[in-house]
Design a protein around this ligand. Structure first.
Ligand code: HEM
Length: 208
C-alpha cells in the first residue's frame, strides 16, 4: 500500500516546476525581456541587463562557496564551480568593452537576499538561476547574438559547454533536487523560488 502511494507521489523537481509555473510565466512575460529577445531593444540594453546580473551571480557564488566550506549543508552536492557565472560575465564585459553599470536597488535587494538565505532558500536561488540559464537563458544567448550581432566570444554567460549539454546538466540537476525530501525544506525552497521569480521580474521591470 505504502509502495503504491510512493510511486504515485510526484518527484520534487516536478513539484517545484509546477508550483512556480505562474511566477515563471509572470517573469517571462515582462516587457523588457520580451523586447530584448525579439530584437526591439539594443545591444546596450543587453549589457545593462548583464551589469545587473554580475552582483546577483557574485552573491550566489559567494553564498555557495561559504555554505560548502562550512560543510554538511544540503547545497554541498549541488555546488559545481563550473556553474559559476561571475568569471564568465566579467570575461564578456572585458571582451566587449561595454561599461558595467552600478547595481539598481532591486539588484542590491536580490543579492542581499541570496547572501542571507538559509540552505534550502539558497538552493532555490541556485535552481532558479542555473536551470533558468540552461533553459530560457540559452534562447536569450542565441537571440541577442542574432539580433544585436554580439559575437560568441562575448557570450560566455550562456555557455556551459565545458560541463555538458544543457539537457544533461538539467536532467542530473533534477535528479539531485528529487533527493530534497524534508517537507520543511521543500516548503522553504518553494517559497524562496517564488520570491526569486518576483525579484527577477522586478529587475526586468526596472530595466524597461
Ligand atoms: C523571457 C524569459 C524566459 C524564457 C523565454 C524562459 C523560458 C523557459 C523555458 C522554455 C523553460 C523550459 C525548459 C525545459 O522544460 O527544459 C524554462 C525553464 C526554467 N526557467 Fe525560464 N524562461 C525565462 C525567464 C526565466 C527567469 C527570469 C527565470 C528565473 C530567474 C527562469 C527560470 C527557469 C527555471 C528554474 C526553469 C526550470 C524549471 C524546471 O524545469 O524545473 N526563467 N524557461
Amino acid at each position: 500500500m505504502t509502495a503504491t502511494v510512493d510511486t504515485q507521489q510526484k518527484a520534487f523537481s516536478e513539484i517545484a516546476r509546477e508550483a512556480t509555473r505562474a511566477e515563471h510565466e509572470a517573469a517571462e512575460n515582462e516587457t523588457f525581456i520580451g523586447q530584448l529577445m525579439s530584437g526591439k531593444r539594443s545591444e546596450a540594453d543587453y549589457w545593462r541587463l548583464l551589469s545587473q546580473y554580475l552582483p546577483i551571480y557574485a552573491a550566489l557564488d559567494e553564498a555557495m562557496d561559504r555554505a560548502t566550506e562550512s560543510g554538511g549543508s544540503i547545497v554541498e552536492r549541488f555546488h559545481d564551480p563550473r556553474f559559476s557565472r561571475t568569471a564568465a560575465i566579467r570575461a564578456d564585459f572585458a571582451a566587449s568593452g561595454a561599461p558595467i553599470d552600478p547595481p539598481l536597488p532591486v539588484t542590491e535587494r536580490y543579492a542581499r537576499r541570496i547572501l542571507e538565505a538559509e540552505p534550502a532558500a539558497l538552493l532555490a536561488h541556485h535552481y532558479l538561476r542555473y536551470l533558468g540559464d540552461l533553459s530560457g537563458g540559452q534562447a536569450i544567448g542565441a537571440l541577442v547574438a542574432r539580433h544585436y550581432g554580439i559575437p560568441k566570444g562575448q557570450l560566455a554567460m550562456w555557455d556551459f559547454s565545458d560541463i555538458e549539454s544543457p539537457k544533461r546538466i538539467k536532467d542530473a540537476y533534477r535528479i539531485q533536487l528529487d533527493t530534497l525530501t524534508d517537507p520543511a525544506q521543500q516548503e522553504e525552497f518553494l517559497a524562496e523560488a517564488r520570491a526569486g521569480y518576483l525579484l527577477a521580474g522586478e529587475l526586468f521591470n526596472a530595466l524597461a
